[in-house]
Ligand binder design. Sequence first.
Ligand code: MOS
Length: 718
Amino acid sequence: MTAAATSRAVGTPLPRLDGHAKVTGTAPYAYERRPDAGPPLYVHPVQSTIARGRVRALHTEDAEAADGVVAVLTHRNAGRLDDLKDEQDGELAVLQSDAVAFRGQFIAAVVAETPETARHAASLVRAEYDQEPHDTELRADSPALYTPGRVNPAFASDTDEGDVDAALASAAVTVDRTYTTPMEHNNPLEPHTAVAVWHPAEGGGPAEGGSAEGGPGNGGVRLTLYASTQGTHPARKTLAPLFGLRPEQMRVTSPHVGGGFGSKGMPHAHDVLAVLCARAVPGRAVKLALTRQQTFPLAGHRTPTIQRLRLGAGADGRLTAIAHEVVEHTATVKEFAEQTACGTRMMYAAPNRRTSHRLAALDVPVPSWMRAPGEAPGIFALEAAMDELAAACGLDPVELRVRNDPPADPETGKPWSGRHLVECLREGARRFGWTGGSPAPGSHVEGNEQVGMGVAASTYPYYASRGSQALVRYDGEGRHTVRIGAADLGTGTWTTLTQIAADALDRPFDTVTVEIGDTDLPSATVAGGSSGNASWGSTVVAAVRAFRMEHGDEPEPGAQTLGSTPENPDAERFAMHSFGAQFAEVRVDVDTGEIRVPRMLGVFSVGRVINPRTARSQFIGGMTMGLSMALHEHGVLDHRTGHVVNHDLAGYHIAAHADVCGIEATWLDETDEHANAMGARGIGEIGIVGAAAAVVNAVHDATGIRVRDLPVTPDKLL
Ligand code: MOS
């Protein structure tokens, strides 16, 4: 084929390829898949009602006797999971013992002909417990505190550079404040679901004995899992060994995902439960959809944090010391060490810097990823403290940040691949009409409202994973197909990968088909850490280059080439992070304390933007989640019972349309030549980072009240 004149797709605001199907209800989500395995069965779990102890007795007779019930699984009959040697996998050790480690944990499940029957029968299961004392309350002096070996994904738990104590003691200006953030919960529109079919070995029945080369006891078995997941291959890698299966015996498929935010980034207990139930009814499809209430303890949540920030500066605002000490929780069954202070390590130039993380292993549900884990709560505290420092120095908060912009990464000394925070701040200030805030906080009153504005900086690391593969194929008649087991959790990555592939092929966008979301496709890494586009895009570009090298400009139909993620030597040489500046205007009703946020603006530096339309959606989606974090989100644990009492969207408030007024996002026109072939860093998470601090800082400007404990509810302003 001759190089057709192609308009370049990258940089074009193309609508999402899956957009029409999603908004018209024709995109099949996992739960809607209809496996060719007869009428499906339905699973409804039974959850523990204590936070810690043992199940002494489970009365399942009434459930078993209910019409339409096929099976009731408990730890007594669910069957063993293999390969649970790693005790850190306790979250996935579903129905493996009588131990209860948090309230809401699965203790049984009903499999029935209809979802209603399953739910009713689940309510008939009665548990007796030997209850043990529990502790679910995070306190700075919790007896359960320990120092984790690492924080996620693999950072040192503590860092200490210079002499922080001496610098703080001699600083002209200091800030010493403690900020707290509550438990927060992912609530993707599509709840967590799994449809599983355990295809028995040829010859029928669950295999005994296994085959020569097979997994233990399961030779010939095949397992299909229709999942709502941010990574089919990573999910299989985790789940297949639990069931004694080799990877090729298990297929995970997940083309459409209705949001994840990290909560679908790794398999959770419901995936294991669905497969356990499928194994109990071989040849039948079983469907499991967590209810909204069940997702609160079972889909991963953001740990609460207690963060002490100490800043020391000269009278000119130049930082001499930063100390950021974090206390947060994890579960007893699995360590999840949120990297809350890591953003502080690289954010500002101060010769003396200390960060630390302490975890309390409590009798709580298992925390996990939630959009910008680490940066979202950590940068909230840092940027709120910076606002307090600006006030203490009598400086414009924008100017304070400009003065402390480091020429190289303070943590590693490496040059930045592109740090443009100052440009973001200046551009944002210009566009927003930044005035530096009120001369006296609380003094700007219009009618019945106090008015203020706030600013905060934003950052997110650049992650790209190696280990993906893409297959490029020429289909004839000018059409190409690219296959990669990537995931689009609602971000638009399916579309951006197609743009990247089309440009690499030098072909029009609509001649390229990209297939994703299936372990039958070449292996791909997880959609996490805002790394998807970078990891898979660079893999696609490498595969296309290899294809063109191998097959030239006139490929035969059927010609294909498999390519892998290329090495990036610059990854070690440069400090790669994205940056942004967030601005918010706040109006507070002087009588009721009601907080309105009429305007937010984010200006981001993220390298090259592949698709301005989907990028804007990611930014304003993240900022909306930050607004939600600032004003609403608060998972309330009743420490008497260990129960998340507001476990639905009636009690757990999130920003809704009426809360979201004018949110605008824009970005610098740039390319990060050190990142990858596209010049693009990730964009999925940075939008939430700093957004809550901008709102909280604006609340202070409006009212003169510093709220250091999220969320900022009206009672805190009265
Ligand atoms: Mo994101 S919280 O790494 O899916």
